[in-house]
Design a protein around this ligand. Structure first.
Ligand code: NAP
Length: 263
């Protein structure tokens, strides 16, 4: 980490849960939160990738990041994991809703199962996590933080991935509702909308494998894909006191792509 960006103890004493924290953007977020002094727990379905990520955090950054098996589609499992994390670490201060599923499919060919799978992981999973984290976030001494990872494509509609666009639009609405309902409890609820991020499964599956990688890159006014670290820096801002008056907000980190309608 470039130590001129953030004070290394910015999030010391906080406990953070990152769903889908073993891979891609979630991994970059987890690393940054750990580098800033938070106790981080990553949670998702695949124990091999969780264990490999934890070993990588330890070897590359000297970070002790714990992991839990979690399927965010299972309400009871979400409650059990969140309760266990809070008991082990003396509370929960920061919830990062990052877990998601997606695939390219024209809507005329999309099955009910395909639609449900994405809504279940992204939207329902985010609700379960927020709902069960609430009592702990409310008790967080420096105020609870919810940061959900959305996409700019939720704002425009997402032809070819309408299921994911709709799920993320639902998450955005949920964050705005929670910002109002839970503001009084000291909880801030925000969402980050990444553009295309280099080296991720998302970009590979949705764009590169379909031969659209270069075309998408050229749509970005800043001329490149983003980096996971750049999403992680936005998380650090929203989680820290620097974002103290920000709630119910979207922070787009997309190199300006969503506004590029040409000149
Ligand atoms: P990724 O590497 O595929 O990450 C998704 C994570 O979600 C995986 O670690 C996966 O772990 C976990 N997950 C999936 N289903 C789950 C479930 N039922 N329960 C618990 N965890 C589950 O994808 P990514 O590209 O980094 O995306 C991360 C986030 O950024 C997503 O919310 C995505 O929509 C958003 N985003 C990405 C981009 C991009 O350019 N990549 C752009 C905009 C937004 P397991 O397989 O172990 O469960």
């Amino acid at each position: 980490m470039d130590e001129t960006l953030f004070q290394p103890d910015l999030l010391a004493g906080r406990t953070a849960l990152v769903t889908g924290g073993a891979t891609g953007i979630g991994q970059a977020i987890s690393r940054r939160l750990g580098q800033l002094g938070a106790q981080v727990v990553i949670a998702s379905r695949n124990p091999e990738s969780l264990a490999a990520a934890a070993a990588g955090f330890a070897a590359d950054d000297g970070l002790d990041i714990a992991w839990k098996r979690l399927d965010v589609r299972e309400d009871a499992m979400v409650k059990a994991v969140i309760d266990e994390v809070a008991e082990t670490h003396g509370g929960l201060d920061i919830l990062i809703n990052n877990a998601a599923g997606n695939f390219f499919c024209p809507t005329a060919e999309l099955s009910a199962n395909g639609w449900r799978a994405v809504i279940d992981i992204d939207l329902n999973g985010t609700f379960y996590c927020c709902r069960h984290a609430y009592p702990y976030l409310k008790a967080a001494p420096a105020g609870g933080r919810i940061i959900s990872i959305s996409t700019t494509r939720a704002n425009s509609g997402w032809p070819g991935a309408a299921h994911a666009g709709a799920a993320k639009a639902g998450i955005q609405s949920l964050m705005r509702a929670l910002a109002v309902e839970w503001g009084d409890d000291g909880i801030r609820a925000n969402f980050i909308s990444p553009g295309p991020i280099a080296g991720t499964v998302g970009v590979q599956k949705l764009y590169e494998d379909r031969g659209r990688g270069e075309e998408i890159r050229q749509q970005v006014p800043l001329g490149r894909y983003g980096e996971g670290e750049e999403i992680a820096n936005a998380v650090a801002y929203l989680a820290s006191p620097a974002g103290a008056y920000v709630t119910g907000a979207e922070l787009a980190v997309d190199g300006g792509r969503q506004w590029n309608f040409g000149v």
